[in-house]
Design a protein around this ligand. Structure first.
Ligand SMILES: [Zn+2]
Length: 203
């Protein structure tokens, strides 16, 4: 897929990054995620993913308090996420509209299927975590790792976690991440590598 002239203008800042370039931007545009998110972390991630050119297709979950921010107005909390994103995404980035790709971006708890990449946003009450799986990662180990985590944080920590989750998803699409991993996100903005749990088959 060759970039059109208006896309080269729209993504010029990303294309100028050595890690992205024109080829990388084409990969971001070819990717897509199904979103399962109703709150701060997931909706923030969706905004960054869409702005980068990757398609976002929302699930029907009603938006919860904390979802308001880049994409959602306060009075839209309680409405289905799919309905709100269908209205706002054309203004954020029309390239993010058409469903494509097999990726999954979800707030925990969530079910996982499709080829990936997968990014799970979760937490343990005091810190956030992004668990991720690229094409070569074991789905069983991914699910064993996410099983140790609950729902993601809200507030400023959730916003930061959402931005981190979007960046990890984009790096997975660009082939810049390992097949499986987990990163912790703690106040006041400390990023840590966290261990991955092995599934029964990988032992
Ligand atoms: Zn495994």
């Amino acid at each position: 897929m060759a970039l059109r002239e208006e896309q080269i203008l729209r993504y010029s800042r990303q294309i100028l990054l050595r890690e992205v370039g024109g080829r990388g931007q084409e990969k971001l545009l070819a990717g897509g995620v199904r979103l399962k998110a109703a709150g701060t972390a997931g909706l923030t991630a969706a905004a960054y993913v869409a702005a980068g050119g990757t398609a976002v297709e929302s699930g029907p979950e009603p938006l919860v308090p904390g979802a308001e921010g880049f994409l959602v107005r306060a009075e839209e909390v309680g409405r289905p996420g799919a309905e709100v994103l269908a209205r706002v995404l054309p203004d954020v980035n029309a390239d993010a509209l058409s469903a494509r790709g097999t990726g999954r971006l979800a707030e925990l708890p969530a079910a996982w299927d499709g080829e990936g990449p997968w990014v799970a946003l979760g937490g343990d009450g005091t810190r956030g975590v992004a668990v991720f799986r690229g094409a070569t990662g074991c789905p069983g180990c991914f699910e064993a790792t996410t099983a140790g985590w609950g729902a993601p944080p809200s507030g400023a920590l959730g916003v930061g976690l959402g931005a981190l989750g979007a960046l990890i998803l984009q790096r997975l699409l660009l082939g810049m991440e390992p097949g499986l991993g987990a990163r912790g996100w703690e106040a006041p903005g400390v990023l840590t590598d966290l261990p991955v749990r092995r599934c029964g088959r990988c032992g």
